[in-house]
Ligand binder design. Structure first.
Ligand SMILES: C[S@@+](CC[C@H](N)C(=O)[O-])C[C@H]1O[C@@H](n2cnc3c(N)ncnc32)[C@H](O)[C@@H]1O
Length: 291
C-alpha cells in the first residue's frame, strides 16, 4: 500500500510547522510584518503561491530566497493581506448604522454641547469603507453637516492599499452595484475611471496602523469603530487582544461594527450590548466595566 508511514507523516508536519514558524519569525524580525498569529490555513495557502512564484520548494528555500531578494518581503505581505472590499459592502449594516447609531450620536453630543463625531475604519483596504462612512454621514446630516466636527480615521497595514485609498480613484468594477444617485452625487468620471468627490476624500485621514502590533489604542474617545472582515484572518488570542484595544478606544456610549461573519470574543460579550445581530452592531454602554 503506497501510503506514507504515519510516523513519517507526523515528522513532516512537525518540521513543516517549525519551518513555517521560523519563516514568520524572520518576516517579523526583518520587516516587522507580523503574521505570527494569523490563522494558519490562510497563511499557508497564500504562502504556497509565493513559493510557486519564486520557484522555492520548501519554506527553507523560500527563506533563502528572501535573503537574496529583500523586495520579496513586500510581495509576501501584499499576498498575505486580503484586500477584497466594496462601497457599502454590507448595505444592511450601513442602513442599520444610519437607523440605530447615528441618531444617538447626533443627539448625544448635542446634550453635552459637543459637536464632534469620531469614526475609525480599522482595516480600510483601498478606502471603500471609510468613504462609505463619509458618504453615509453626508447623506444623513444633510445641511447640518457643517455643524459637526467630523473625523474619520482610516488605517491599514497595506501601504499599497493606503496609497490607492488616498488617491480615491476606482475602476468601473469597483463601483459596480452602487446606486446611481450615490455614484452621480459622490464620484466624478474621468474617462474609464471614477474619482471620489474631493470634499468626501478630505473627510478621511489615512494612516498606517497594524492592529496586531500593540494593546495601546492609537485613538481615544471614538464614537464608532468599523472593524470588518479582518478578525476572521486572526487566531482567537489575537482577535481578543485587538477587540480589547478597540474597546478601550471607544467612548461610552460607543459603537463597534464587525463584519457579517464576525462576533466579539467571549471576554467582551458581557461588556458589549448587541444592537443588531445581523448587522453586527455593538454598543459599549459601560455597564460591565469596573468603576
Ligand atoms: C478583506 S479586507 C476588509 C476591508 C474592509 N474593512 C471591508 O470590510 O470591506 C482586510 C483588510 O485588512 C487589512 N489587514 C490585515 N491585517 C491587518 C492588521 N494587522 N492591521 C490592520 N489592517 C490589517 C488588509 O490589508 C486588508 O486591507
Amino acid at each position: 500500500m503506497g501510503g506514507q508511514d504515519p510516523d513519517m507523516r507526523d515528522t513532516t508536519v512537525a518540521s513543516n510547522t517549525t519551518a513555517l514558524n521560523s519563516l514568520l519569525e524572520k518576516v517579523y524580525r526583518v520587516e516587522r510584518y507580523d503574521f505570527r498569529e494569523y490563522k494558519r490555513g490562510t497563511v499557508t495557502r497564500r504562502l504556497e503561491r509565493r513559493l510557486h512564484a519564486t520557484g522555492a520548494k520548501t519554506y527553507l528555500d523560500y527563506m533563502e530566497f528572501l535573503d537574496d531578494h529583500p523586495e520579496e518581503y513586500q510581495r509576501l505581505a501584499d499576498d498575505l493581506t486580503i484586500k477584497v472590499s466594496g462601497f457599502f459592502r454590507s448595505p444592511y449594516t450601513f442602513q442599520q448604522v444610519a437607523r440605530l447609531v447615528l441618531p444617538e450620536l447626533v443627539s448625544y453630543p448635542k446634550k453635552r454641547g459637543e459637536r464632534s463625531l469620531r469614526f475609525w475604519s480599522t482595516a480600510c483596504a483601498r478606502g471603500e469603507e471609510p468613504y462609505s462612512i463619509a458618504i453615509m454621514l453626508t447623506e444623513y446630516l444633510g445641511h447640518r453637516l457643517p455643524d459637526f466636527d467630523i473625523s474619520i480615521h482610516a488605517t491599514d497595514i497595506s501601504q499599497q492599499a493606503l496609497k490607492e485609498a488616498q488617491a480615491g480613484i476606482y475602476s468601473p468594477k469597483d463601483i459596480e452595484g452602487l446606486p446611481s444617485t450615490i455614484l452621480e452625487s459622490y464620484f466624478t468620471r474621468y474617462g474609464e475611471v471614477y474619482g471620489i468627490r474631493p470634499d468626501i476624500r478630505q473627510m478621511v485621514n489615512f494612516s498606517y496602523f497594524d492592529l496586531a502590533s500593540t494593546t495601546k489604542p492609537p485613538f481615544l474617545n471614538l464614537d464608532c469603530i468599523f472593524c470588518c472582515n479582518v478578525l476572521i484572518y486572526l487566531q482567537e488570542q489575537l482577535q481578543e487582544r485587538v477587540l480589547n484595544m478597540l474597546y478601550d478606544s471607544l467612548a461610552t456610549p460607543g459603537y463597534l461594527i464587525l463584519g457579517e461573519v464576525e462576533t466579539p470574543t467571549s471576554n467582551l460579550n458581557e461588556r458589549l450590548e448587541c444592537l443588531d445581530t445581523k448587522a453586527k452592531i455593538y454598543n459599549k454602554n459601560g455597564g460591565g466595566d469596573d468603576v
